[in-house]
Design a protein around this ligand. Sequence first.
Ligand SMILES: NC(=O)c1ccc[n+]([C@@H]2O[C@H](COP(=O)([O-])OP(=O)(O)OC[C@H]3O[C@@H](n4cnc5c(N)ncnc54)[C@H](OP(=O)(O)O)[C@@H]3O)[C@@H](O)[C@H]2O)c1
Length: 474
Amino acid sequence: MHARNIEKPFILTIYGASGDLAYLKLFSSIYAIAEQKRFPKDYHIVGFGRTSLSKKEFRARFEKGVRDNLGYAPREKVLQSLLRHVSYFHGEYNNLESFRQYKSFRNELCASKPHTRIEYFSVPPALFGDIVKNLAATKKSKKEDIRLIMEKPFGRDKASAQQLFHFVSQYFSEDQFYLLDHYLGKSSVQSILNMRHTNRILSNIMRGEEIANIQITAFETTGVENRIDYFEETGIVRDFIQSHLLQIFALVTMNIPNHHEADSLQREKMAMLEAADCMCDGANVVLGQYKSYRKQKKVKRGSKTETFAAVRLLIDKQDWHGVPIYIRTGKKLKKKSTYVVIEFKKFPFQSDKETPNRIIIEFFPFPKITLQMINFQEGIDTYQHLNASASIACDIEGCLPEHADLILDAINKQKLHFLSFGEIMASWDVVDEIADNIEQGHISVTPYADHSNGPAKQHMLTNKDGFEWVELPR
Ligand SMILES: NC(=O)c1ccc[n+]([C@@H]2O[C@H](COP(=O)([O-])OP(=O)(O)OC[C@H]3O[C@@H](n4cnc5c(N)ncnc54)[C@H](OP(=O)(O)O)[C@@H]3O)[C@@H](O)[C@H]2O)c1
């Protein structure tokens, strides 16, 4: 556990510190790290933004963010001590002079010794370029230890992601980028890798030859609340499938690397993402929109933005030949749940009546893994369903919320749970095909009732292979 303590002094700058992400996630995550006493003596957290705030005002906002979003009462002594390390700098993202002044401000704060610089981009992606350019222009030297944390989305399609990476690569090297998908900070998602890496029994059966199909479900009960502008431009395929769900797909299907380290893991995930074969037409993609979506303010008249998507993929690898992967996600549905079902092949002599063996990995509401088997009770001529289930929740001392875990990793120079440029490109290849078909009107968007199970057409994807979506009881 102590291996995760931060040894060296650091300064974490949050660009866009007056925004939603900082308030909802980052401040409480930073507190959670402080509560575990993982920070060194010498560290600074600085909010940077156009909003004019005094140090006192920003500390008050930070404190409120912690109290409102931590989920339990913070320890007063820890919080007050953390706040003494928090300050604010009022600056413009596109103004080099602001960054020069910020450099002086930072130099004063960090006068005692060199500090690792963590630059957190908590701003809309359109501002990434300006900040990168100004950070590069005010670097002390090539050797200065600077790490840049960027949140998804990385571009709107492959071309814009490529443009972004070409641009930022002129100024910093890829190893300085920490490309963050907060799903990869969830301990339950990390458990996919960790369980596969530590249990040969699992990896021996989780192979294409043994699997009949894989289903990935991420349903939400909430709609698109106050992020309409973003969502209208993006839709659920770009917002959820491109990042979170294709990452889960890669973690479940990839080969297990020998080394438990970032380069090896990213290479294996990328191989699966590159092999994902989407025949992304109306026969393999089902889209929906909840009925009250168009009634929300700021939604364009007659908007075709999808709030539900179900996709059928194959994998272009000999050992996965003919194994369908179904991915579905939607908003304003009946219940919130996120899970993966791995359904195994049956013996040729088994009847249709017999349910297949399954491994179910749930992330929400209760992180757990379940092995489903069946037994036949001869005397009463009945199939008995056997479920062996155990929690994979990280709920002991030392566990951290997802953003906290990833911030701590970035400060400790651990990239295992961050993305590579290559993975992002490969994911866009899949999603661009779907998005092109949507834009050209080749896939229709079916309305579905609020708080329903989504469009009935989703069953067409599984039924055509002789399968059914597995719905979990609440
Ligand atoms: N919110 C979430 O739950 C969430 C989830 C996943 C990923 N993300 C990603 O995280 C990043 C930050 O999200 P957010 O929701 O915090 O964004 P946000 O609230 O819209 O913006 C953050 C801050 O950026 C500055 N800003 C916004 N628009 C600007 C503009 N046009 N020109 C100059 N400055 C502008 C504002 O700060 P100042 O005016 O003070 O400079 C604002 O408070 C985005 O990349 C987003 O896609 C967010």
